[in-house]
Write a protein that binds this ligand. Structure first.
Ligand code: P70
Length: 472
């Protein structure tokens, strides 16, 4: 019998090991389930992972939204909530943190990202105007459409190719944007909608060079440039790593520089900002701020709380400062990459290069025998849950929805299943379990059949749609 010397992960990769820049003070126990229990739970959920009870889930990779572990200092901050209706001290802490790290002048808190999207869409879009952006995001596009806008995808073509290794696949194709402006005229463009790390493209970043070029183009035509800053801190990491001249700058410096090229931002603070609930809007223009501040009281709450408790704003202010620490972001993205490296090495098709917040399994290549209308990504999410109790999310045809005019399904080029990694929550051992489960489902792929949708809600159908297995 041969004895192999065990190796640490760092040794296997030919480098020194690194570890998370935190230690665990409190744990949340997980429940393991049997395959029979999962089979039953999955059928009850209409084969939609959004409809599973979280008690039936072992490792929850549905989303990185609101699922972060807060630090001891954030929890301490929760005790310092000033729950005054107006002028809560925590609002001023949040305002100061945003001014310091993102650099915007005026801020409006909201209950979460879509609350902010709603307000900015209502104010900045006139009916019939175009909203060019770097790929759609579900809630963002819906709010733009509800405000009468027409979303136009102007991202690089390469972003739709899961195998392209372009380092900044989130970039806007400036030629596409110029062509739209030339065709429609600047007055028909509501604003440019730029997302820092593009969720639906696989968490792909935007370069500093791109935002600079967009600023110049927008200035030339008098068009506003607004940022979806939800995962902009993660975007800053990729600039530091990949863009010339940024290796020695800190994440905080890069974040502020990038935001400085935009007119304002909306945010789902449930991601980068390390809180379980919250969002904000921030702008530099006083008139725009006045309008936002006025509308927030209609839909969210007074402009100094926007639907949040004082304690939530305090946790957010502290979370913002923690989120821009270089050690935090290195280990956060390092963990995502670790899982991606394992899967890539085993020949499992994933979106390359690995992005900031998740691994996106390429369900088209995973199940080449399934048609897109048989919901390959939804099928893969169901199979993964059945195998091991891991919960992932469909990001393909079900998420894309239907064309509002023709009523036909959108057939997105990307048909993906997302394994989203919450921040500071799971360990390397959890990632190993996930990788092995994906491999088991991959090895059994030939016998897997697709799904049909048997219930379809009108808005954001993927959240509540129900499916049935197709019988061969
Ligand atoms: C996710 C979450 C939320 C999100 C986002 C970007 C780039 C805005 C928002 C909205 C939650 C989600 C939302 C819709 C479908 C599935 C999942 N993304 N911009 O898991 O923020 O959720 O706070 O209203 O990613 O990716 P919020």
């Amino acid at each position: 019998m041969t004895h192999e010397t065990p190796k640490t992960m760092g040794q296997q990769f030919g480098r020194r090991s690194w570890a998370e820049p935190w230690k665990i003070k409190m744990v949340e126990r997980l429940r393991m389930t049997t395959r029979e229990e999962r089979d039953k739970a999955l059928i009850e959920a209409g084969l939609n992972t959004f409809l599973l009870k979280s008690d039936d889930v072992y490792i929850d990779l549905l989303t990185d939204s609101g699922t972060s572990a807060m630090s001891d200092e954030q929890w301490a901050g929760m005790m310092l909530g000033d729950e005054a209706y107006a002028g809560s001290r925590n609002f001023y802490h949040l305002e100061a943190a945003l001014q310091k790290y993102y650099g915007y002048k005026y801020i409006v808190p909201t209950h979460q990202g879509r609350g902010a999207e709603h307000l900015i869409s209502q104010i900045a879009i006139k009916k019939g105007q175009f909203v060019p952006g770097n790929m759609y995001f579900t809630t963002t596009r819906l709010h733009q459409e509800l405000a009468g806008g027409i979303f136009v995808d102007v991202i690089l073509d390469k972003a739709h190719d899961p195998n392209s290794l372009h380092p900044f696949k989130g970039n806007i194709d400036v030629a596409k944007l110029e062509a739209l402006i030339a065709r429609e005229g600047a007055s028909k463009i509501a604003y440019v909608s730029l997302a820092g790390t593009v969720n639906m493209a696989g968490g792909q970043p935007v370069s500093m060079a791109n935002v600079k070029e967009l600023r110049a183009l927008c200035d030339k035509h008098g068009i506003k440039l607004y940022l979806d800053a939800t995962r902009m801190v993660e975007n800053a990491f990729f600039i530091q790593e990949r863009e010339e001249g940024y290796a020695k700058k800190t994440i905080a410096e890069i974040l502020k520089e990038f935001c400085g090229f935009t007119d304002g931002a909306w945010m789902s603070a449930k991601k980068d900002n390390l809180v379980n609930i919250g969002g904000w809007l921030a702008v530099n223009d006083w008139t725009m701020f006045e309008e936002l501040r006025n509308l927030v009281v209609v839909y969210e709450g007074l402009h100094t709380y926007g639907g949040l408790a004082g304690r939530d704003m305090e946790a957010m202010a502290i979370g913002i400062a923690e989120s821009v620490e270089d050690a935090h972001i290195k280990s956060r993205i390092g963990q995502v990459r670790y899982l991606g490296d394992l899967l890539t090495d085993w020949g499992i098709p994933i979106v390359q290069p690995v992005g900031g917040h998740a691994i996106f399994l390429n369900a088209r290549e995973f199940y080449p025998h399934l048609k897109q209308i048989e919901f390959p990504a939804q099928t893969l999410a169901a199979e993964l849950y059945l195998d091991s109790g891991i919960r992932s999310m469909e990001r393909g045809i079900a998420s894309a929805g239907r064309d509002a005019k023709t009523g036909d399904h959108y057939y997105p080029k990307l048909e993906l299943t997302r394994l989203t990694i919450p921040r500071r929550v799971y360990t390397q051992a959890h990632m190993d379990v996930v990788a092995e489960s994906v491999k088991a489902v991959f090895d059994a792929r030939g016998a897997t059949r697709g799904l049909k949708m048997i219930y379809e809600p009108k808005y954001l159908r993927f959240f509540q749609a129900r499916f049935e297995r197709l019988i061969a």
